[in-house]
Ligand binder design. Structure first.
Ligand code: PMP
Length: 279
């Protein structure tokens, strides 16, 4: 397996960064997780755009153009012969922001580990975490930064509760997103998802699914949701690069709807599969 590191495809064992790198010391950097389907990086333009926005927001200049980053992703996929897999693009500040060192960039491709198939058929149970999402004025969740400790703490709560994903509320107690996924509910035939102002990562899968829903004539609204809204939803599902579209069967031990993936969720899952060319 090769890793793209600062412009070169190097062997995985030679892909090393310094212990003084600020990505490691302070989580000072940004990243993207991208899926490849049949050898093509899914929504690559959107991921690269988000990477550059994250970097701009933390005042880090990526020393490559968007076209370079896309080429790096495609070259890495190709050399590793990855058809259906996962790509991680990471840009770290380097050694010292005061010295304006050149940021380090690397691209890793690998196989992807997936949630069990029965959760896609039956839905997955989730909880709401006590750990709230980062305050947007402290660490905007729109930045996909290398510091995921906030989400990791919530993920540990999920594990402690015997589930694999946790819903995080924001500083006002409103629903934000999950540790690595965005959240939707269906209520009275409409699809609802928290607004960007709730303090979320603008999910590329979330936006893709919103577009699919609109094309199918389903009303989509970005509105604030409370835990109660989740408990009394007709349907609930999560979206993310790794999870794709995954139904939720319970939230905090409250069965959502019938406890089975509902009609809107199933329609959107089918439309998503069609869009990525899966039967
Ligand atoms: N929220 C968070 C906090 C995430 O880490 C992710 C995964 N990148 C998502 C949402 C889903 O975003 P996307 O669909 O772009 O993968």
């Amino acid at each position: 397996m090769k890793v793209w590191l600062d412009g070169k495809l190097v062997d995985k064992n030679d892909a090393k960064v310094s212990v003084y790198d600020h990505g490691l010391l302070y989580g000072d950097g940004v990243f993207e997780g991208i899926r490849s389907y049949k050898g093509r990086a899914f929504e690559l333009d959107a991921h690269v755009a988000r990477l550059f926005e994250s970097a701009h927001s933390i005042r880090m200049a990526i020393p490559w153009s968007k076209a370079d980053v896309k080429r790096a992703v495609n070259d890495t996929l190709k050399v590793n012969k990855i058809a259906d897999g996962y790509i991680r693009v990471v840009v770290t500040r380097g050694l010292d922001p005061a010295k304006c060192d050149r940021p380090t960039m690397f691209v890793i491709t690998d196989q992807i580990s997936l949630y069990p198939p029965e959760w896609y058929r039956e839905g997955m149970p989730v909880i709401t975490a006590a750990t709230i999402r980062n305050h947007p004025n402290a660490m905007p969740p729109r930045i996909k930064s290398l510091n995921y400790l906030n989400n990791i703490l919530a993920k540990i709560e999920a594990r402690d509760a015997g589930v694999f994903e946790a819903i995080m509320l924001n500083h006002e107690g409103l629903v934000a997103e999950c540790t690595g996924d965005n959240i939707f509910i269906a209520k009275d035939g409409e699809l609802l998802t928290p607004p960007i102002s709730a303090g979320i990562l603008i999910g590329i899968t979330q936006r893709f699914v919103m577009k699919l829903a609109k094309k199918m004539g389903i009303t989509v609204r970005e509105i604030n949701l409370t835990r109660h809204d989740l408990y009394v939803a007709d349907e609930c599902f999560l979206t993310g690069t790794a999870a794709e579209v995954i139904p939720v069967r319970s939230v905090d031990q409250r069965t959502v709807g019938t406890g089975k993936p509902g009609p809107i969720t199933k329609k959107l899952m089918a439309a998503f599969h069609k869009a990525i060319g899966r039967k």
